[in-house]
Design a protein around this ligand. Structure first.
Ligand code: GLU
Length: 304
């Protein structure tokens, strides 16, 4: 039996001496306030045993990690039709590149780059009367954490500085791949990205991707096949243009965000979340990558 608590405490201790913690994202001014000395980790296993260390109870901005959740809600709602409007190939480009979108006639490469996530938001807006409320209650229900909230300051901060996302949305619109108006789609997207929660809450939420689509309460949100597809997309597209490096170092499907969070999972075994706001040049949490590499190397547990 693996002693996860001892392992993650050992990892936390090892990381305390790491001098270069990367840089906090500043292009969304509200995120620049994060303290890069923070580090938290929470692991939940398939039997709902919980292990944590460091700042695992502190709420942070999950940013792009939310794209997996909106994808799950949209895929659960419209099924395979979704793939007519967004692809499933890694882009090999940073999350906000627009050149590919032009080359590929307005069909984003995958749902985890910004343009793809905007199409997913558009799908949700078309299918729900109150998409922001419905998305928030979906997230609260799956995690059984009614306190999870949108951070209005972060959403507004990004609205004021998110010119690249405006560009992507207008480009999608020009190709006919946004049905709703640009402002509505971006408002939904900025709120989705502003979701704020702790490592522990996020691990409970992503339990469904580890547990064949069922949450901790046993309710099914996705079919086994849908979870297979979402995990495949996380593995190949979840880390900007560093998905190959993450698979090589860590060997788990996962998703990162510019708030410094990373979630990763081993199907049927565990789901783990790290948070440390300092990012490497590709936009992934510096300490988070190191921590997860140590976790899978020390335990010998990965999908490979
Ligand atoms: N809201 C951020 C953006 O669109 C998300 C970036 C990220 O976490 O990758 O720029």
């Amino acid at each position: 039996m693996i002693d996860f608590q001892a392992i993650i405490e050992g990892i936390s201790n090892n990381l305390q001496s790491v001098y270069d913690r990367g840089d906090v994202a500043t292009y969304i001014p509200e995120l620049a306030k994060a303290d890069k000395n923070k580090f938290g980790i929470h692991l939940i296993d398939s039997s709902n045993n919980n292990f944590s260390s460091g700042d695992s109870e502190e709420a942070f901005s999950i940013q792009s990690i939310s794209k997996v959740l909106s994808l799950a809600q949209a895929f659960g709602k419209v099924g395979d039709q979704l793939w007519k409007r967004v692809g499933v190939e890694p882009s090999g480009d940073p999350f906000n590149h627009l050149s590919l979108l032009e080359m590929e006639n307005g069909i984003p490469r995958n749902p985890l780059i910004n343009a793809g996530a905007l199409v997913v938001c558009d799908v949700l807006i078309s299918h729900f009367d109150n998409p922001k409320d419905d998305f928030l209650s979906y997230v609260r229900r799956i995690s059984n954490e009614p306190e999870i909230y949108y951070d209005e300051k972060v959403a507004q901060s990004e609205k004021r500085s998110g010119f690249n996302n405006y560009a992507a949305a207008y480009l999608l619109k020009s190709y006919g791949n946004l049905k709703n108006d640009v402002e509505t789609v971006l408002d939904f997207y900025f709120h989705q990205c502003s979701l704020t929660m702790s490592c522990r809450q996020l691990a409970k939420l992503f339990y469904i991707f580890m547990n064949k689509g069922k949450c901790l309460q046993g309710q099914a949100y996705l079919s086994i096949n849908q979870v297979k597809r979402i995990n495949a997309i996380m593995l190949t597209c979840g880390f900007y243009d560093e998905a190959g490096e993450f698979a090589f170092e860590v060997g788990l499907p996962g998703k990162s965000g510019v708030g410094g969070g990373i979630v990763a999972l081993l199907p049927n075994k565990f789901c783990v979340v790290t948070w440390s706001p300092g990012l490497n040049p590709k936009g992934n949490s510096k300490l988070g990558m190191l921590a997860l590499e140590q976790l899978t190397s020390k335990t010998g547990l990965s999908i490979f």
